[in-house]
Design a protein around this ligand. Sequence first.
Ligand code: HEC
Length: 357
Amino acid sequence: MTLKRLLLAASAAATLVALAQPKGAGELPARDQAPSTPETALTLDDKALYMEHCASCHGESGDGKGNEELERPARSFLLGGYSYGNTQKAVRRSVIHGIPGTPMPAFGATLGTDEINAVADYVISLGPPGTIVQPGESVLVVEDRPVVVKGMMPAYEQGAFREPRSLIVGFPSGTTFQFRAEDSRLLTVRQGEFLDRRDWGGRGGSELQPLGTLTWKASRASRDFTEFVDAESGQGLRRKVRRTEIKGDDVWLHFDLLDEGGTRVGGGQEFLSFLMVNDIPVPMRAILGSGESRAVKLRELPGRESRANDSVDVTTTSDGLVACVLDDAPNMRIYLHAPAWTPSLAAAFDASLRKKD
Ligand code: HEC
């Protein structure tokens, strides 16, 4: 969703929060996920597609011995051994999103749906017939839509505690956000595969194992920071997640705003999505809140402040985030997981504000 739409949704949602029955705003149409039929695959020359796009790494016969020098060997398709599954759905996912952290590129932007289905069917057909490999049994894979999982996460840095109640949100692009459930504070952002759900035999619950590489973690200061304050007393308000919602490609966390005594004074949403900057997805979070029994406002954010343009204030934080507040939505802060407000980020931000969808 574009920022423009988010702004509209934000004001609608704010009104709804005030009415104490938030439902988000605007239903998105159901996504078209029609699987390919064999007929469509047959009309394409799947072998030619494979030769053009895949053989340089996976080899002309599919034996994993292509001409390209790789730091990691490409998969041989002849043996039927797959780490990420060989169902059409699983292979399509590997092809569309690539395998982050390995040379396997993402073809989602270069090949069309039919072409992807055709190469997927082709590589599956190279393996021994009848072998179906599901993605590693305990490995949770994000396919076409974001996934939200609750569970225990290991300590994310030395000296930190395990996070027994975490909320983990995985996106098809390979980004994983980890929140603490109590206060819906973002703890880490990772990039790569999603989660391994190990079972410790029911003793003390099972710990989830994040599989991606850590790209951001909350600094000590940001862990104590409360986004909203009581407008009158200046007292910080704690966020408590009430429910999560997956809408199309985006995820919404609906939260209550609680004062020190645990009394609910308002509510809001955190919206998780991406801003495309030069074809690279930059994780984006928008946090929006409003009061009910009392007025609430955003707390000032430590960092370097600047006026980006007529309507946007930007703060660059010390822990590698760019935070924007728009005049139109003074109770919404948008975090971009980028270390600086660069011209290309600014251009993508502006374009998203202008774009109607
Ligand atoms: C630049 C080299 C490169 C190209 C081009 C490439 N791949 Fe890959 N591919 C890899 C590597 C390396 C891996 C192994 C990743 C790993 O270590 O897990 C891989 C893994 C895969 C997997 C996952 C296998 C598993 O273990 O589950 C699939 C499926 C796949 N490739 C399909 C394709 C298809 C189809 C194409 C063409 C559209 C293609 N690849 C093009 C390098 C490449």
